[in-house]
Structures are given as C-alpha cells and as structure tokens.
Design a protein around this ligand. Structure first.
Ligand code: B12
Ligand code: SF4
Length: 529
C-alpha cells in the first residue's frame, strides 16, 4: 500500500512505496492539489496516479489544504526536483493554485506545469492559471495525463497547450482505490465512484454537460469496495451524481453495506429526489441510525423556474420521497436549495424554504447560485439581469428580482441557518424561533442578529446562545424562564459544558447528555439525539 506522511506545512505526501522512494528519491512527476479540508482526499489525483503505468513508480501525490502558504507549498513540491507537476484545479482552489503556479514558474521555469480539473476545463482561455501553465488538460484526465507525461518525458511534448482529455470507455480506466493509503482510510473520507456523469440537464450544474451517466463494471467495483472495507475503510462517500437511477445497482451496493454493518460504518450518497423505487426503499429502511446519509437536491420547488433551468423534477414525488425518508428510514437527510435562480424572487424562495422545512429534513443547505464556468445557466444572464461575482465562486450578486441588499440578507440567512438550524444544537429553541413561517421568522432573526453583532463568522457558541435568548425574550416576548430553560436544555444536550449568563438566573434541570461521535461527525451525531 502507498506510504503516507504528513509534513508541517499541512501537506500529505504519498509515493508508490517506501522502497521505491528510497531507490529513486527524485520523482519525475508530482501530482498535487489543494483540498477544501484535510478529510477530503482527492479522488481525481488518485485516478491519474493509478493510470500512469510504469511512470507510477516515479510519481508522488502531494496534497495540501486550503490556506497553506504558497512559498511553503512551492518549497515542498520542488524538494524532489520533479520534471512535471500536475495540479487538480477546482473552484475552491483556483485562486491559491494560480498564485502557487506563478511562484513555481518564477523559481523553476523548466518544470512542466500541467493543470486539469473542472475549473480549467471550460472557458480556459480567459484564465491566468492556464496562461501560466504549460499544458491544460480539459475533461477527464485519467488516461490523457499519462499520455501527455510520456510524451513530455520522451522529449516529444505536444506543441499545443490545450489538450482534450476525451472520454475513454470506463473499462479502460484503472480504478484508483489502491491509491488510498492506510492513513487516508483511517482518517479521511474515502471517495468512491460507481458511475460517472449525469443524464439530467440542470443548467447551473457542470454535470449537465455530461449528457448521460456511464457505469463502472459493477463486479470490479464491488471487489474494490470489498478490498477497501477489508483494509478498514468505514466512511464511504459516493461521488455519483445520481446514485439512485438504477435500482438494481443501487440496491446491490446498499446490500453490500448492510451485510457489513458495524457501529463505525457511514455511507454518503447523492440522490435525485423524485426516484426511489420500492426495492431501494426496502434496503434503505434497514440501515440503523447514523449509518446512512443522503444529499438530496431540491434546488427549487418553483415549476416555472425549474422549466427555465431545464431541471426535470416531479415535486409531488420528491415530496413523498422526502416524507418517506423521514418517516420510514433512519437516513440523515441533507437537502440543497438554491437562492438567486433566474425567475425566482424572495417570496418564491421563502415559500420553497417553508415547504421543505415542513418535510423536516435534518439539514437544509441554502446555496447561492453560482455561474460555474461552462454551465448553460449563462444564457439567462441578460434577460434576468443576473450580475455575478467575476471571481470564484462566481456567486450571483443580484438579479432582476432580488436586489443586492436582499441577496446579502439571504447569504447571512444561509450562514446563520447553518449555525442554528443545521447544527442540531438548537433543536428545542427552533420551535419558538420559527413559529409561524420558518422562512419569515428566521429572516427576521437573521436581520436582527446581523444588526446586533455585525458578524457572520467567529461567533462563539456561548455568544450565539446568549443572542438567541435575547431575541426570544426581547423580540418575540417569550418569558425569560421559558426561553432560558429551553436554551439550557439545548446547550447541555449539544455536549457543551460552559455556563451561560441566563443560566445563572434559571438553572437548568435537563440531565447532561453524553456526546457521541462514534459514527462520524459531531453534527451528525447531534441529529441522532
Ligand atoms: C467531493 C466534492 C467536493 C468536496 C471537496 C473535495 C476536495 N477534494 O476538497 C466538497 C464537499 C468540500 C465540495 C464543495 C464544493 N463543491 Co464540489 N464536488 C465534489 C464532487 C462531488 C466529487 C469530486 C470528485 O472526486 N470527482 C471524481 C473525480 C474522478 O473527478 P474530478 O475530480 O473531476 O477529476 C477528473 C478530472 O477533473 C480531471 N482532473 C482532476 N484533477 C486533475 C489534475 C490534472 C493534472 C489533470 C490533467 C486532470 C485532472 O481528471 C480526473 C479524472 O477524470 C464533485 C462532483 C463530481 N462527481 O465530480 C463536485 C464538484 C467538483 N464541486 C463543485 C462545486 C461547485 C462545489 C461548491 C462550490 C458547491 C457549493 N457549496 O456551492 C463547493 C466549494 C467548496 C469551497 N470550500 O469553496 C463543482 C465544481 C465546479 C468547479 N469548477 O470546480 C462539481 C464538479 C459539482 C458540479 N457538478 O457542479 N465539493
Ligand atoms: S444538479 Fe444533479 S441531477 Fe441536475 S445535472 Fe447536476 S448532478 Fe445531474
């Protein structure tokens, strides 16, 4: 298994084996990226590495985490004097990677820089990172990167900068799971992929360009899952866009995990909401609490908006399936809504939020529309006067229906909702806080909290509890002892141990709850209580 080691500059360095690194201390190729957080191990880089053939022995994967210093990363990458460095470029790291590539080009202009990944696969001509790089591989890099490296290393580098990755049959691509090190398996999410692409066309999404979904050979994939499980992997995240499209495949995968249930197993899937055949439901219903998570994209309930952005969604079925998941399964249900879509105003968004809230998902993620490079949503820019941030993450700033100031209010709403609604820490307090219309009430709270604190980040948990107490008592007129008892019970069962000022006057009576993190993240554990 590949060797892993961590350096002080938050890099994770991996080579084929300790022995190979000793025999040949200078890798010809380094594959690198900046992940959003340490727990996200890059699956893309592992595909590239697994498909390098003989060159794999001379290749290292060096992963960083957002926030690492460019000079430190450059030092780390150049330590082994590579001939080629390939970077995985995504919306979350393009700015930092651009600075890093600029630095590398200044210090070591002879090192061949190849960039690839979704962020440089479209509208590449206008990007500084593509200007700086020697080669830009667009689309799938699994086989194209290896082919390019072989040409560069044999002195036959292609003259063109832009190289189309193409879409080779999945059967010709080597699966990357042997590239997960023991440390990855023990401490990071293990990303896996049973299928690639998506048959749907939602215009805000990069996967809408795929036209279809391709499946990996199921038997070979199951064998890889088995190997990962045998090596101790318990936290699996499927990157499939539409896991539940084929009931036979979905249920086979679910059965695999059902046969291997233990109290550490945690599996995450992205699902389309209006398609949950009985066969899948039967398997889903057998998972115990804390072992299964679904990310469900609703995005908007507004049918006119759905039609505008080419999103096919049967709202009635989606609603029934969400109801079923909450009533009949133990799955953690995380649902995505998008604010700022063309044709959608604040009222419509608010109605959608309330409709979704009534279905009681564990988490509602309010995302602000982004104009991702290459996505067809751009065709609505003029008609709906969509104004986007020209820098990543290309978020919409205003539309003909939502003024900039209101968009800012939604951004804060989303942030505070994450801290209060999604965190699972305020379960009791949410009842009085959201009484009536959850959207209107929470927007009122959000406007008040921002006017009071002028902050959306770095609000300590205790301060947040104090603010909710003030809002409930001063703004909503709830009796202080009732508000204090409610919040004290929430505070204690969230596992926190401090003393809040209102608790001095109204000592809590609720028994202390034990924090359990066995099955994954704290936030998920809180939803289970
Ligand atoms: C895991 C994931 C995340 C993780 C982060 C993972 C990490 N490493 O840090 C989390 C959950 C944090 C995340 C967040 C977001 N994500 Co995300 N995420 C994904 C997801 C589901 C899987 C990525 C993956 O592993 N794919 C499988 C591999 C095989 O594909 P790949 O990564 O594209 O790699 C291939 C090619 O791109 C290329 N390639 C990759 N690297 C390299 C390097 C070289 C040198 C070469 C030649 C080629 C190459 O070859 C690979 C093999 O074919 C994808 C959707 C998907 N299924 O791909 C979205 C996706 C990458 N995310 C996307 C978006 C928009 C976001 C968010 C902005 C969403 C939001 N909240 O609004 C946030 C931003 C986070 C932030 N902090 O700002 C977009 C990317 C848009 C872009 N231009 O980068 C995607 C494609 C979803 C979509 N369909 O629109 N995400
Ligand atoms: S939003 Fe989901 S269903 Fe729509 S194109 Fe993207 S991945 Fe496919």
């Amino acid at each position: 298994m590949p060797k892993t080691c961590c350096s002080k500059s938050r890099a994770v360095i991996r080579g084929p084996s300790a022995a190979a690194v000793r025999i040949r201390p200078m890798p010809l190729i380094v594959l690198s990226t900046l992940n959003a957080r340490y727990v996200h191990a890059s699956l893309g880089l592992r595909y590239l590495a697994a498909n390098l053939g003989k060159l794999r022995a001379d290749t290292q994967i060096v992963e960083f985490v957002l926030g690492a210093r460019a000079a430190d990363m450059a030092e780390q990458l150049l330590r082994e004097t590579p001939r080629i460095i390939g970077f995985g470029v995504y919306i979350w790291n393009v700015e930092e990677t651009t600075r890093l590539v600029a630095l590398l080009k200044a210090i070591a202009p002879d090192v061949v820089i190849v960039v690839g990944g979704p962020e440089v696969s479209h509208e590449s001509e206008s990007q500084r990172i593509c200007e700086l790089a020697d080669h830009v591989v667009t689309g799938w890099g699994d086989l194209a990167f290896a082919a390019l490296c072989r040409r560069v290393l044999s002195g036959d580098a292609p003259p063109e900068k832009l190289i189309a990755g193409g879409q080779p049959p999945l059967s010709t691509i080597r699966m990357p799971y042997g590239e997960f090190s023991d440390e990855d398996i023990a401490r990071r999410f293990v990303y896996v992929e049973a299928s690639r692409g998506c048959p749907f066309k939602c215009e805000f999404c990069l996967s809408s360009l795929d036209k279809t979904a391709w499946a990996f050979d199921l038997e070979a994939f199951m064998a890889e899952l088995e190997r990962l499980h045998a090596r101790g992997a318990r936290h699996f995240r499927f990157v499939d866009r539409t896991f539940n499209l084929k009931a036979a495949v979905g249920s086979r995968i679910l059965e695999f995990f059902l046969e291997r249930l233990d109290d550490k197993l945690f599996v995450h899937f992205e699902v389309v909401p209006d398609h949950l055949p009985d066969r899948l439901k039967a398997a889903i219903a057998r998972f115990p609490p804390g072992s299964l998570q679904f990310e469900v994209g609703i995005q908007t309930w507004n049918e006119a908006v759905q039609a505008l952005i080419s999103r096919k969604q049967d709202n009635a079925k989606a609603e029934a399936n969400l109801e079923w998941l909450r009533a009949e399964s133990n799955a953690l249900v995380h649902v995505d809504l998008i604010a700022g879509l063309p044709g959608e105003d604040l009222e419509s968004f608010g109605r959608g939020f309330d409709r979704l809230h009534a279905l009681a998902p564990h988490e509602i993620q309010v995302g602000i529309l982004k104009r991702l490079r290459g996505t067809p949503i751009a065709r609505h820019t003029e008609r709906f006067e969509m104004r986007y941030n020209s820098d990543p993450p290309y978020n919409v700033l205003q539309t003909d229906r939502i003024a900039f100031a209101d968009m800012q209010r939604i951004v804060r709403f989303a942030r505070y909702w994450d801290m209060i609604g999604n965190s699972g820490r305020f379960r009791r307090a949410l009842t009085p806080l959201l009484d009536g219309s959850p959207y209107a009430q929470f927007m009122r709270f959000s406007d008040w909290l921002y006017a009071t604190t002028a902050k959306t980040h770095e609000i300590a948990l205790e301060r947040l509890f104090e603010h909710v107490y003030l809002f409930l008592t001063r703004e909503l007129g709830i009796a202080p002892d009732v508000a204090a008892a409610t919040l004290a019970a929430d505070y204690e069962s969230s596992g926190a141990r401090g003393r809040l000022s209102f608790m001095q006057q109204h000592p809590p009576r609720a028994p202390r709850a034990r924090a359990s993190t066995e099955r994954g993240e704290l936030r998920q554990a809180r939803h289970l209580r």
